[in-house]
Ligand binder design. Structure first.
Ligand SMILES: [Zn+2]
Length: 447
């Protein structure tokens, strides 16, 4: 049995939010009515209601559904309320109107922030997760546009002042509720990490297509006992079969041959131990194995257990790199800014982070990831309605074998449309599986 503790690292969310409080921009609120935040398809996600007495109230029409991604703006700020604060408190209203407002000492209307978020995909992801804890990220691999971002457990930003004391109390069971697990939650990647292990193996072994291993359901590598899920005996497996069946014994075997310094360097190239090129709050994923590590660390690390931790956004970015022919795009969520009359003020364009794989490597990897859905652990996603390439993951976090459930993959394999990254905490408890959540999101996209 592979046994380890889930190291679900949570920053103290109340500190993060308190530090983000920006007093310098707040004087703008004395002259401007905070603008709206919109989805890409015209749904209002945040707006300001002005009462008869002139008091302003921030209102979130969708309540909990966009809680983390849109955030809140009382008791400090979070989410888009934080990252787009400046635009929301800037007015590009008609100049005549602004002059008039200044004469009558009235406030100007703040600009509208139009996001890349898709209401339909967000609501589908939100509902598909049910009461399970975890996170979903949906992004376009060729642009980096984030289409949906869900984190659970959630809260109603309309009642943040009512729930604030209870959720920021140190002893509260809900103290991670304000945290956006999609970008700040760090999880063991489980078998989704086999994508990078495979890439390193392919780079070190040009004849990787001739790889063959006899899986007997369990083995011992570097004095560490490794078993396949449910001790399933996979028999003779190629690298493609090893990925499709997520064969732990095979991966531990091939992983033991890897140059651990080279693998460490590959992981850092893919942004482990680095800040993500993303404007919102995020935590660094971590990867520690290197040439100086004890060899007993290798078998678990190469199958995504061990000390490795990753955020759902980061996993989406790695899969997007494969879907986008090797170029990682910077993820972003602001599409454009307009004044309150709808005239565009500025717009944002996709921006590449870096080429991390050759086109040939992404083609080979895509073929391996198609096998997962064609005849492997992701068969639930096998449908004639659309094609999917991706990787499942089961990250055990206790001795009983209870686990987090992962899926990361993309649809329309020939010309990829969207990447979906899903993690469900304690999947055994909730009964929710990441592949099933993913299927509902793809179904909604192609409906
Ligand atoms: Zn196996």
């Amino acid at each position: 049995m592979i046994i380890y503790l889930a190291k679900f690292m949570i920053a103290d969310s109340s500190t993060v939010i308190a530090n983000s409080y920006n007093k310098r921009q707040d004087h703008l609120a004395e002259r401007v009515v905070r603008g709206d935040i919109m989805s890409s398809d015209g749904h209002v996600l945040a707006t300001t209601n002005v009462a008869e007495d002139g008091n302003e109230y921030r209102y979130y029409p969708n309540g909990n559904m966009f809680a983390h991604v849109v955030g809140f703006s009382t008791y400090g700020r979070s989410g888009l309320e934080l990252s787009s604060n400046y635009y929301l408190l800037t007015s590009n209203a008609n100049i005549v109107e602004r002059v008039r407002n200044s004469v009558y000492n009235e406030k100007n209307m703040g600009d509208t922030v139009v996001t890349t978020l898709d209401y339909n995909l967000q609501s589908t992801a939100y509902n598909a997760m049910g009461y399970a804890k975890g996170a979903v990220v949906v992004m376009e691999p060729d642009t980096g546009k984030i289409l949906a971002m869900v984190s659970k457990p959630d809260f109603d930003p309309n009642s943040i002042d009512v729930i604030w004391d209870s959720i920021t109390d140190e002893t509260s069971s809900d103290k991670t509720i304000l945290l956006n697990r999609a970008t700040q939650g760090l999880y063991p990647p489980g078998s989704t990490f086999k994508v990078l292990t495979s890439l390193e193996y392919m780079r070190e072994n040009k004849d990787w297509e001739r790889y063959s291993y006899e899986c007997q359901g369990e083995t011992v590598v570097n004095n560490v006992a490794i078993h396949c899920y449910n001790n399933t005996v996979h028999g003779t497996v190629s690298l493609a079969d090893s990925v499709a069946f997520s064969c732990n014994t095979s991966f531990s075997n091939l992983g033991a041959s890897l140059d651990t310094d080279a693998f460490h360097s590959l992981c850092e190239t893919f942004l482990f131990n680095k800040d993500l090129p993303y404007s919102g709050l995020s935590n660094k994923s971590s990867y520690v194995l290197n040439g100086k590590s004890d060899p007993s660390q290798i078998p678990q690390t190469v199958i995504g257990q061990g000390d490795t931790l990753i955020s759902p956004l980061h996993n989406a970015m790695i899969m997007s790199t494969i879907a986008n022919g090797g170029v990682m795009m910077k993820p972003y969520m602001l599409d454009h800014i307009e004044n309150y009359n709808g005239d565009q003020v500025r717009s944002y364009s996709p921006s590449a982070y870096k080429r991390l794989m050759t086109v040939r490597e992404t083609q080979d990897m895509t073929e391996l990831l198609c096998g997962v859905v064609d005849y492997g652990t992701g068969y639930v996603l096998n449908t004639s309605a659309y094609s999917v390439a991706g990787k499942t993951g089961t990250a055990e976090y206790n001795e009983k074998g209870e686990s987090h459930s992962w899926f990361v993959g993309f649809s329309n394999v020939e010309n990829p449309d969207i990447v979906v990254s899903v993690v469900i905490e304690e999947a055994d408890v909730s009964g929710v599986r990441a592949v099933n959540v993913t299927k509902q999101i793809f179904d909604a996209y192609y409906q």
